[in-house]
Design a protein around this ligand. Structure first.
Ligand SMILES: Cc1cc2nc3c(=O)[nH]c(=O)nc-3n(C[C@H](O)[C@H](O)[C@H](O)COP(=O)(O)OP(=O)(O)OC[C@H]3O[C@@H](n4cnc5c(N)ncnc54)[C@H](O)[C@@H]3O)c2cc1C
Length: 289
C-alpha cells in the first residue's frame, strides 16, 4: 500500500494552538514535524492517524539557545541546523559528527530533533547522542509542562512518555566545560541507518576521567545508554586499557537482534569497537590533543 488513508489536516500557529487541536481531534490525532518517519509509516498503513497537526510554522519550537548552563534546542530544529550550529559544535562536537552520518541532505533538511526523539526508532542516531549527553526533554499539555530525562523518556521501540494531547517542545543538554565528545557509526552504505553506533563524551582532569557518558543505538541497549560502563570508567585513569574494559562492559550490556543489517555477534563486536574508538577520541579532545 503506497497511499496514506484519508486524514484531517490542521496547521498549528502556536504550542497552545497545537495542544488545543490535539485535544479537539482526540487520541487518533498525531503531530507532524518533518514527516520523514510518519509519512512513510502512513503510506505503509503502519500508522493510520485520523488527523495530522502540522507544527512546522510554530515559531516557539524553533532555534538553538543557551539558558544558564544548558543548551536548549527547539523541537522543530532540523537535522541540517544541528549539523551546522556553531553553538552546538563549540560545546559538543558529537552533534556534528553524528549528523554528518544521518541519512542524506534531503532528509536532514526536513527531519527534526523533536521528531527523532518522539519516533523512538531503536536505531535512531540522535537518541544515542541524547542519552550519552544526559539530555532532557520538555513535554507540554494544557495543564503545563514537565521535564523528563532522556534516559527515562523512551519506553521501548516507538514508545515514549508523550501522552495524548501532549507535545514535545524542547530538548535540553547540560553544558560541561572541558569535555570532549565523539560519534562512531557503521552503516551498510552512505546515509543508511546504523548497523551499530556509539557516541560518548569524556571529561579528563589530571589524567583521570571525572565524568563520561556512553550512548548506543541499534544494538538493543536499554534507554540507548550503558550506565555500568560509565560507572566503571569514572574515577579511573584515562588509559587505553580502561577504555577497552569499559567498551567491553558496554558491549556485554547490549542485546542486539540478528537482522538484515547483520548478525547479533557482529553487532556486539561493533558495539565494543565503536565505544572504544569514541571514548579514545573523546578523551583526546578533552585533553586538547
Ligand atoms: C531515507 C531515510 C533515512 C534515514 N536515516 C536515518 C539515519 O541514518 N539515522 C537516524 O537517526 N534517522 C534516520 N532517518 C530518520 C530521520 O532522522 C527522521 O527525520 C526522524 O526520525 C523523524 O523526524 P521528523 O521530524 O521527520 O518526524 P515526523 O515523521 O514528523 O514524526 C515522527 C513521530 O514523532 C511525532 N512527533 C514529531 N514531532 C513531535 C513533537 N514535537 N511532539 C510530539 N510528537 C512529535 C510524530 O507524531 C510521529 O509519531 C531517516 C529517514 C529517512 C526517510
Amino acid at each position: 500500500m503506497q497511499t496514506p488513508a484519508p486524514v484531517e489536516y490542521a496547521k498549528a500557529t502556536s504550542v497552545a494552538d497545537a495542544i488545543a487541536l490535539l485535544e479537539k481531534y482526540g487520541e487518533d490525532a498525531r503531530i507532524i514535524a518533518g514527516g520523514h518517519s510518519l509519512i512513510p509509516m502512513m503510506r505503509l498503513r503502519i500508522a493510520r492517524p485520523e488527523a495530522l497537526i502540522d507544527i512546522n510554522d510554530v515559531a516557539e519550537l524553533k532555534g538553538i539557545s543557551i539558558e544558564g548552563n544548558e543548551i536548549v534546542i527547539g523541537a522543530m530544529v532540523r537535522h541540517a541546523e544541528v549539523l551546522s550550529s556553531p553553538v552546538l559544535f563549540e560545546h559538543y562536537s558529537i552533534f556534528r559528527e553524528a549528523e554528518k552520518l544521518i541519512a542524506d541532505p534531503v532528509v536532514r533538511n526536513r527531519g527534526t530533533i523533536g521528531g527523532s526523539m518522539c519516533q523512538a526508532d531503536p536505531s535512531e542516531d540522535l537518541s544515542a547522542v541524547g542519552s550519552a549527553l544526559g539530555g532532557s526533554v520538555v513535554v507540554q499539555n494544557s495543564s503545563g509542562s514537565r521535564t523528563i530525562a532522556l534516559r527515562d523518556f523512551h519506553e521501548g521501540p516507538y514508545e515514549t512518555k508523550v501522552g495524548d494531547g501532549e507535545i514535545l517542545t524542547q530538548v535540553r543538554f547540560p553544558i560541561r566545560p572541558g569535555n570532549g565528545s565523539a560519534y562512531e557509526k557503521v552503516e551498510r552504505r552512505v546515509g543508511d541507518w546504523p548497523v551499530a553506533s556509539a557516541g560518548t563524551f569524556v571529561v579528563v582532569k589530571d589524567g583521570v576521567v571525572s565524568d563520561c557518558g556512553i550512548g548506543l543505538t541499534a544494538v538493543g541497549a536499554s534507554h540507548f545508554c550503558a550506565p555500568a560502563a560509565e560507572q566503571y570508567l569514572i574515577g579511573k585513569p584515562a588509559s587505553e586499557e580502561n577504555f577497552a574494559a569499559a567498551a567491553q562492559i558496554a558491549a556485554d550490556s547490549c542485546s542486539p537482534n540478528s537482522d538484515q543489517r547483520g548478525p547479533a555477534d557482529y553487532k556486539k563486536h561493533l558495539c565494543h569497537e565503536l565505544t572504544l574508538r569514541a571514548l579514545r577520541r573523546s578523551a583526546q579532545a578533552s585533553q586538547g590533543a
